[in-house]
Design a protein around this ligand. Sequence first.
Ligand SMILES: C[S@@+](CC[C@H](N)C(=O)[O-])C[C@H]1O[C@@H](n2cnc3c(N)ncnc32)[C@H](O)[C@@H]1O
Length: 243
Amino acid sequence: MTVHLVGAGPGDPQLLTLRAARLLERAQVVVHDRLVSREILQLVGPLARVIDVGKTPGLSHSQSRINELLVSLAREHEVVVRLKGGDPFVFGRGGEECEALHAAGVAVQVVPGITSALAGPLLAGVPVTHRGLSHGVTIVTGTTVHGAGIDFRALANADITLVVLMGVRRRAILAAELQEAGLSPETAVAVIERASPPQQRTVRCRLGDLADAKVTSPAVIMIGAVASLELNGERDTAIAMGA
Ligand SMILES: C[S@@+](CC[C@H](N)C(=O)[O-])C[C@H]1O[C@@H](n2cnc3c(N)ncnc32)[C@H](O)[C@@H]1O
């Protein structure tokens, strides 16, 4: 009994790892989150049971119930796949699930996925680092954890790209705090919604306008000089994706 904790990438099935695709074919049960795309779920074998824990009453938002479900499924089946959007260890609570499974004596294999934090900007033609513009990248959550806020003074650095996940709802606070901490209102921002063509959409603005930007979740917010670059237009992106 093994639970395979698998990263599904940003949405395009062509951005799955080969290991992930093979596991989806072999799985007897697939337990997935809300952000896993329909196209990727179509790769699951026809006899497998598919459980959406993002929507199942009593399971959505309850990490402990999901952990219990994974343990009980692992005791009944040989190949259980726990499928998560992006990478399981980037704001995916994959670490918590690993700990719970290990504590219950269940073996875990983790398969990395391409995180939306890096794939989103790339698919929009924006490099997260770029010689002369940005010499680093910081990935943070836009939500607060247990009431603890983000240290914006440490993040307000014009030489480092800031990538914010789960930040759409609190973008006004994010923008205000970063400006208060010293970032210019002119700082470039790119918001990449639903990364992966054809549904992907990129909205560009300045930090001073982020609060009013018309954007919806799921989206990656990137802040920094690189956000003004566009190194592959829509057409090149489509070719790169094999569309
Ligand atoms: C709970 S986190 C999961 C992150 C995921 N583990 C990863 O590595 O991409 C959910 C957040 O990731 C971002 N996200 C995930 N998939 C996305 C996508 N396809 N397009 C844009 N943002 C995405 C959004 O910021 C969303 O609110």
